[in-house]
Design a protein around this ligand. Sequence first.
Ligand code: SAM
Length: 282
Amino acid sequence: MPDMENALYVVATPIGNLGDIGLRALEVLRGVDLVACEDTRHARHLLDHHGITVPTLALHQHNENEAAGKLIRLLGEGRRIALVSDAGTPGVSDPGARTVAAVRAAGFRVIPLPGPNAAITAMSAAGLADQRFLFVGFLPAKVGARKTAILDLASVDAALVFYEAPHRIMETVVDLVELLEPRREIVIARELTKMFEQIERMPLAAATAWLVADVNHQRGEFVLVVSGPPPREGLDAETERVLIALLAELPVRQAAKLAAEITGQPKNALYARALELKGAAV
Ligand code: SAM
């Protein structure tokens, strides 16, 4: 690329199939002086595949501040640098954001090169009718925090997009099934763009059985897309009265939990209504 600027080029790379890389990304990776990458061996595999010999520098979550300082010094010397992550788009559930902020703050241009992203790839094949989606990424690893996060998302009027790793896919799906409205659907997208790619759509309640039906169903990398909540039918007057009384004394989660015990109504519906009531009171 003859007229490449002295800048940081943020380059999205394949999420599996090494052929999924744009012409401009390849030109930039060939033309820069250095490729900053999460894992040098991983990046080398991609670069070698495309016959690119540019040197690499490790930039991962444990050295990002220090490595960003080095990049800024090199940019100051007039170098052109590419930033890539192990897969997909840097800065999306991957390192990159702190580097980009530091480079921009130092007065250098940051040039994004769009390309693969697992969430968007899954959305493109999910076929859900929702007008909106919320990218959540990874849920917390600890059970309590994960359940709280899911309950907080239960009333969001949008499809929800999660990332998950094979060792946690089962527990995450079990929690989604337990805490989200059972009429919602889930699309389980595993190993996108790879040899054993699978994209399966099913009622949320059927997801656990699907995972246990075949050990291979729990292997690989996952994107989970859950359709938005169905239109909520209003709570009956008595349930609403109980919830309002409890909300006057208790935090939202406790009020919803207790109201569910007292009235027998679903906890997530009460939680969603409690959030609305709290919002209205602010
Ligand atoms: N930056 C990446 C992106 O733009 O999508 C995401 C990196 S994040 C560390 C890795 C997670 O992305 C995996 O655990 C998985 O949830 C999802 N992922 C990445 N590649 C995938 C693939 N080929 N199929 C399904 N999910 C994938």
